[in-house]
Write a protein that binds this ligand. Structure first.
Ligand SMILES: Nc1ncnc2c1ncn2[C@@H]1O[C@H](COP(=O)(O)OP(=O)(O)OP(=O)(O)O)[C@@H](O)[C@H]1O
Length: 897
């Protein structure tokens, strides 16, 4: 630690238009060596500073002389401050910022400082790693405002042992090059302009401070340093009354000037040599710049003044302020932190020294007491630091010396104590140094403990974060998995819905086809019924004819049995018999045909039944599929789909039930029809058999009268012969008898004629019957053939529909296969995504692990003496250029901030 005065330089700007207009003239005169300035106006006064710059001094000259060394100091680990003080319009901003950052000639000292910093970093050994942080704030009306975060407009000022005085919550931006610093300053400057425009205030009434923090670490040794540089553009120092402080009340004006007044007070206290208290806490400005004024800082004050007689009073005031400030002594020191090992070594050394010094002190005390008691101590027994050290090593405890130092100081009468051994001042200095070191060690130990506690807290919070992270990762994974499953389900649902719709369409089509088929079958059955009715009519007619024929036959039989039959009658009867035979044969053929027809109908019925059962089976299968799909989708589809499906299902089931009932009824009707037909056939067969039996009977009956009539004729001929013989004899009787017989014959002939007529009629009737019996079966056959044809058509249609259904089923299968493939792909994609996510999580975990490792490392560094931790994104800068990579950033330990 060494005391060093604040460097004060004075800069005069050229006269401005107002000053010239007002008749002002330059009244300054700078001494040849450039350290003194004389004002030759109303009064003559002289001031001396470290350097005085005239009106034509270039920006670069001011920087080279007054600032450059401060930058070097800050880069070396010292704190630094540059103030610009002066009245409004005296050139403070021009000096600090320049007319423009981009103007190489006129850029101010801040851009030059920034460039210098990065140049120094570039020139540093490659083993040195730097970080540069920038903050930008202003103090207005005693409110500290963060110009990088304008919302933070009343920040608090805190102080602690580690950080010293600092603005809590101030945004510090890591920068890697000059451009980034300029960007930060542009942002801050813009925010300042906006704020002042809104407030209708003047920027010259506020103090702006740019804070540059440079930290560095030796990557080989682990040694670290940090330096802070405050670049302060103060508010105009003129009296409020002069500028009018437009729009401000006196109280506000006082508040505005409070910081400047406090600055003056602080400087007075520091320089008058009387004040024991320095009122740093009287203003925000002095509080923030506490270290810059009489503290740990290399400070330069730039006094900006007008050279004009117009502003003489203000200039003199400003120069006085500078002159006073020049006497302030600072105690700048390198902000280096010793490592724990270094501290331990130091402590050990100090302890050893303390032991030896205490031994030496006690030896000295012994010697003194002997001298005081009047004894003489031989020269060889004089206390010697070397012998004292060797005599009692490691014996004395590490406690403050019991013997007051003052006693030694007071007692300087020892005549021949060798000054070479340890002088009083040296001893004081040594003890002071020892005390300092002990305090430092205690501080460091405390700091270490704090850091370790912080580390533990951080580790605990990191553990918690990690645990939470793990949980969230797990939750995320679960959610992702659920999401994947849901997506797959949705995909499947979509597909199932499509398939369902396809199936429903197919079912609808099938239903329609079945309905059509049923209609056709109904039509066929109706036709068959009509045919049956017709058949029944014809059978009734046949029955009627048969009854009539039977009646006629009975009549004939009666007549034949009663009368003799003539050959013509017999002939006629034979003809009738023949025709009846033919009729019966025709009937038999018809019956055979009907039987064939019945068989074919039965076959068709069987076919239809088989087909219907097939269709029923297919229909049930489709229905089962639909129900199965419905059941599958029950949980997943929406209410609407479920309702629609259940409606459709109900409809289909009802349609199916109706259709099945109808089909069953129709089948039943067909069965009944068939049975009726069978019964009819049976009845017809019975009738035919009856007819056959009757025919046989008739035949027999016909043959019997013929035989009987022949015998009667022979008998009659014999009788006639006998009669002829007797006629001759009994001619008269004969003649009479002949007449009677002739009359009888005549009546009989008449009856035969009548019978012939009846027979003719019967024949006609028989013919009609024959015609009827022969034409109706043909018609019926035609109708039946037509029905069969229609049924064949229906069957064909059904077969076609079946084929179509099979085709659509095949297409549905294909669709299903395609969809399944699609789903599989989706599932694969999802799996890939999940894997990706898991990998990312793993990566994140490993990063966390790495951070933890770094923290561990940092803690180790801490145990050897380090700096605070920060999780901010730093921008380490090294000589080999540019910002360190992410990995470098990750490898950072605790030395930043
Ligand atoms: N050394 C100089 N050379 C040339 N022009 C200068 C110089 N110093 C200041 N000026 C000019 O004087 C004017 C006022 O300067 P500047 O704004 O820097 O004053 P200031 O002290 O910062 O004022 P305020 O207190 O209002 O902020 C500016 O136009 C600036 O360009």
């Amino acid at each position: 630690m060494s005391g060093n005065n604040i460097k004060v330089v004075c800069r005069f700007r050229p006269q401005n238009k107002l000053e010239i207009k007002e008749g002002g003239v330059p009244i300054i005169e700078i001494s040849e060596d450039g350290t003194g300035v004389s004002l030759k106006g109303k009064d003559t006064s002289s001031f001396s500073f470290d350097k005085c710059f005239g009106s034509n001094t270039k920006q670069s000259e001011v920087f080279e002389y007054s600032i450059k060394s401060i930058v070097d100091d800050v880069v070396a680990g010292y704190n630094g401050t540059v103030f610009a003080y002066g009245q409004t319009g005296s050139g403070k901003t021009f000096t600090m910022m320049g007319s423009s950052i981009d103007d190489a000639e006129n850029k101010g000292i801040i851009p030059r400082i920034i460039e210098q910093i990065f140049e120094s970093i570039q020139l540093a050994p490659t083993s040195m790693e730097f970080t540069v942080k920038v903050a930008y704030l202003e103090i207005y009306m005693e409110r500290v405002k963060d110009l990088l975060v304008p919302a933070n407009d009343n920040l608090a000022i805190h102080e602690d042992k580690i950080k010293g005085v600092y603005v809590k919550g101030l945004k510090e931006v890591y920068v890697a090059n000059s451009e980034e610093v300029y960007d930060v300053m542009r942002i801050g400057g813009n925010n300042r302009v906006v704020a002042y425009t809104n407030m209708n205030a003047e920027s010259s009434r506020s103090h702006s401070i740019v804070l540059v923090t440079i930290t560095q670490k030796n990557l080989d040794t682990g040694a670290a340093k940090s330096g802070k540089l405050y670049l302060v553009d103060l508010a105009g120092s003129e009296k409020v009354g002069k500028t009018g402080a437009s729009g401000q009340t006196l109280e506000e004006a006082k508040k505005i000037n409070k910081s400047l007044t406090a600055l003056g007070m602080v400087i007075n206290s520091l320089t008058d040599g009387k004040s024991s208290h320095v009122p740093y806490r009287d203003s925000k400005l002095t509080r923030i710049l506490q270290e810059s004024l009489g503290g740990n800082s290399r400070t330069t004050l730039i006094i900006n003044c007008s050279p004009s007689s117009y502003n003489e009073a203000e200039t003199i005031s400003t120069l006085r302020f500078g002159a006073r400030a020049k006497t302030i002594k600072n105690k700048a020191k390198v902000n280096a932190d010793l490592s724990p090992a270094e501290l331990k070594a130091l402590l050990k050394r100090v302890k050893t020294d303390a032991v030896s010094y205490r031994a030496y002190i006690s030896a000295l005390e012994n010697e003194i007491s002997q001298w005081r008691s009047g004894k003489k101590v031989p020269e060889t027994q004089w206390a010697n630091p070397d012998t004292a050290t060797t005599k009692k090593p490691n014996v004395l405890p590490i406690t403050p010396p019991q013997t007051p130092t003052a006693r030694l100081i007071e007692d300087d009468s020892r005549p021949s104590t060798p000054a070479t051994v340890l002088g009083k001042d040296e001893k004081d200095e040594f003890l002071k140094r020892e005390q300092e070191l002990l305090e430092q060690i205690a501080e460091k130990t405390l700091e270490l403990q704090n850091r370790e506690k912080q580390m533990e807290d951080i580790q605990n919070s990191l553990k918690e974060i990690k645990a939470k992270e793990k949980e969230s990762i797990k939750e995320n994974n679960d959610l992702l998995a659920e999401l994947g499953e849901t997506r797959v389900k949705l995909e499947k649902d979509g597909y199932n819905k499509k398939v369902e719709l396809i199936t429903l369409d197919s079912l609808r089509e099938a239903n329609l086809e079945y309905t059509t088929e049923l209609k056709e079958l109904k039509a066929t059955l109706a036709k068959l019924k009509n045919d049956q009715e017709k058949n029944e009519d014809s059978l009734e007619q046949t029955e009627t004819v048969r009854t009539e024929a039977t009646e006629k036959k009975d009549e004939i039989e009666n007549s034949l049995s009663l009368q003799d039959v003539t050959p013509e009658t017999v002939q006629k009867l034979r003809q009738d018999l023949q025709s009846t035979k033919e009729l019966i044969e025709q009937h038999i053929i018809t019956i055979q045909k009907l039987e064939q027809e019945r068989d074919s109908l039965a076959n068709k019925r069987d076919d239809l039944e088989t087909r219907i059962s097939h269709l029923e089976a297919e229909y049930e299968e489709l229905l089962d599929k639909t129900i199965a799909m419905e059941e599958m989708d029950e949980d997943q589809t929406g209410e609407q789909i479920v309702n629609t499906i259940s409606d459709l299902k109900t409809k289909i089931e009802s349609q199916y039930a109706i259709k099945r009932d109808m089909q069953e009824k129709e089948i039943e009707a067909l069965r009944q029809d068939m049975e009726q037909k069978v019964m009819e056939e049976k009845r017809l067969s019975d009738m035919i058999k009856e007819l056959e039996a009757k025919q046989k009977e008739l035949k027999e009956k016909q043959l019997a009268p013929v035989t009987q009539s022949k015998e009667a004729l022979e008998q009659k001929e014999k009788e006639l012969e006998r009669m002829r013989k007797s006629m001759a004899q009994e001619l008269a009787d004969f003649e009479t008898m002949k007449k009677v017989l002739l009359r009888d014959l005549q009546s009989r002939c008449e009856r035969v004629v009548e019978l012939e007529i009846t027979l003719g009629e019967t024949k006609i009737q028989q013919n009609n019957l024959l015609k009827a019996t022969s034409s109706r079966p043909q018609q019926r056959m035609a109708v039946l053939e037509k029905s069969i044809e229609e049924l064949s058509n229906v069957q064909k249609q059904l077969v076609d529909q079946n084929t179509k259904l099979k085709k659509s089923a095949a297409s549905a299968d294909r669709k299903l296969a395609a969809k399944n493939e699609h789903i599989e792909k989706l599932e694969v994609l999802l799996k890939e995504n999940q894997e990706k996510f898991f990998n990312e999580s793993k990566k994140f975990n490993s990063e966390l692990q790495a951070i933890r490792g770094l923290l561990e490392k940092a803690r180790n560094h801490k145990s050897r003496g380090g700096f605070n931790l920060s999780f901010d994104f730093t921008k380490p800068v090294r000589r080999d250029g540019g910002t360190s990579s992410q990995t470098k950033r990750e490898s950072r330990t605790s030395w930043f901030r």
